[in-house]
Design a protein around this ligand. Structure first.
Ligand code: PRP
Length: 175
């Protein structure tokens, strides 16, 4: 397996995550508690770093989905595998994603969480492939816009490999 080529360095990620955390802390300063909902599996690293840099009260939930089809055969249909465990009713919710690609997952999850009647919903994503968008979803706190490359690291995988790399790297499709 070839070594991923660095696209966004560990230092660049840490600086940007700190900036996002400062912005989120400022925006929610008077909001009471923020419920951060990490989308498994990929968001676990971003969620861990982002949540620990916030200066406001926050709790952590996880949600899991699965996409129908695989690889280039993905249909855009998304299925809920695991809902949040605690109640988010009347609470401020921040959905935390590692990557927004077509946008189907984030759109679907926004609908699911909306049905739990939170006080508000916003979204955070470390990276977004803007040119791949198939549905319109807003990302309130975005780390980086990237091109249509196969990225790994910082939670992102290729066939479950490379999730724990501290940087975001590019691999060739199929590697
Ligand atoms: C990735 C990522 C998002 C989704 C984004 O998850 O974590 O949840 O794809 O794609 P979309 O915008 O086209 O819907 P993946 O299916 O790779 O699962 P994983 O997080 O468990 O690796």
């Amino acid at each position: 397996m070839s070594t991923p080529v660095v696209l966004i360095s560990e230092k660049e990620i840490q600086v940007r995550v700190a900036e996002l955390a400062a912005q989120i802390s400022e925006d929610y300063a008077d909001a009471g508690e923020l419920v951060m909902v990490g989308v498994l599996k990929g968001a676990f690293v971003f969620l861990a770093d982002l949540s620990r840099k916030l200066t406001i009260p926050r709790t952590i939930e996880f949600i899991a989905v699965s996409s129908y089809g695989s690889g280039s055969e993905l249909t855009g249909a998304v299925r809920l595998v695991m809902d949040v465990r605690g109640s988010v009713e009347d609470k401020h919710v921040l959905i935390v994603e590692d990557i927004v690609d077509t946008g189907h997952t984030l759109k679907y999850l926004s609908g699911i969480l909306e049905s739990h009647r939170p006080a508000s919903i916003r979204t955070a994503a470390l990276v977004r492939k803007a040119e791949r968008a198939e549905v319109e979803v807003s990302v309130d706190y975005l780390g980086f816009d990237i091109g249509n490359e196969w990225v790994v690291g910082y939670g992102l995988d290729n066939a479950e490999q490379n999730r724990t790399l501290p940087y975001i790297g590019v691999v060739e499709p199929g590697h």
